[in-house]
Write a protein that binds this ligand. Structure first.
Ligand code: PRP
Length: 220
């Protein structure tokens, strides 16, 4: 008896990441026109011919869907993968969404970092910040979790420095802040559920190979 091919399900981080991911998928012949309909309230989009399904999720939820197998594949930022620490395979650097995780603050805060002082660090990424300060810098600090507009913290005196994403540097510049230290470079990544990687190995490795070819061509 011939088994019907199951759907391969993709979870895409909402926003720019998803847009770039769809543009990249198109280059390897994966289309999902339904996803471009802004009026639609549908949450999940299907390409029947390719037996693929796509849904959008908040960035930090993408690794969760993938770890539990609700999605076979996820597209998400390296920052989120590191912060969430989920059990999954990171299989491909998609080379878009490039930015950096940095320790930032006013120039006057540099001395606190150089002299390992007990300072407050505001961030949306407490796990990444803890790893950096405790394991790499061996500096004891207090972490304050925020959910957005992190740059406000040193301006209003909530913290001495922040750990946050810097892309163009405009937000820092416009607020009198600067990069004090770089934690790591970031970009969008493709992640795969560990069981799916075994069960759907051929389809997934073919997709990775095709995407890699397109990405490498773009880099030349
Ligand atoms: C991110 C990040 C910085 C900004 C950096 O915030 O947290 O605030 O972008 O970009 P830039 O270097 O190009 O100025 P985002 O816009 O995602 O919103 P948030 O403040 O709610 O996190």
């Amino acid at each position: 008896m011939q088994q019907t091919e199951r759907y391969l399900t993709f979870a895409l981080g909402k926003g720019r990441l998803a847009k770039n991911a769809l543009a990249l998928f198109e280059k390897v012949g994966i289309h999902c026109d339904e996803m471009y309909d802004k009026e639609s309230r549908k949450l999940i989009f299907v390409n029947e011919d390719l037996k693929m399904r796509f849904f959008l999720a908040k960035g930090p939820d993408v690794p969760t869907y993938v770890e539990y197998g609700a999605a076979d594949i996820g597209i998400v930022g390296a920052d989120t993968i590191m912060e969430e620490g989920r059990k999954l395979y990171e299989v491909l650097d998609l080379k878009f969404g490039k930015c950096r995780m940095c320790v930032c603050g006013p120039e006057s805060a540099r001395k606190y970092l150089e002299h390992n002082q007990f300072i407050r660090v505001a961030t949306k990424y407490p796990n990444i910040a803890k790893d950096y300060f405790y394991n790499k810098k061996h500096q004891t600090v207090e972490f304050i979790k925020l959910n957005g507009s992190i740059e406000l913290a040193p301006i209003v005196g909530l913290s001495e420095v922040i750990v946050d994403i810097v892309e163009t540097g405009t937000t820092l510049r416009e607020n009198g802040l600067t990069v004090l230290e770089e934690v790591c470079p970031l970009s969008a990544r493709m992640v795969v559920n560990r069981v799916s990687m075994r069960m759907e190995n051929e389809r997934i490795t073919t997709l990775i190979r095709q995407l890699k070819e397109v990405i490498d061509k773009g880099e030349e």
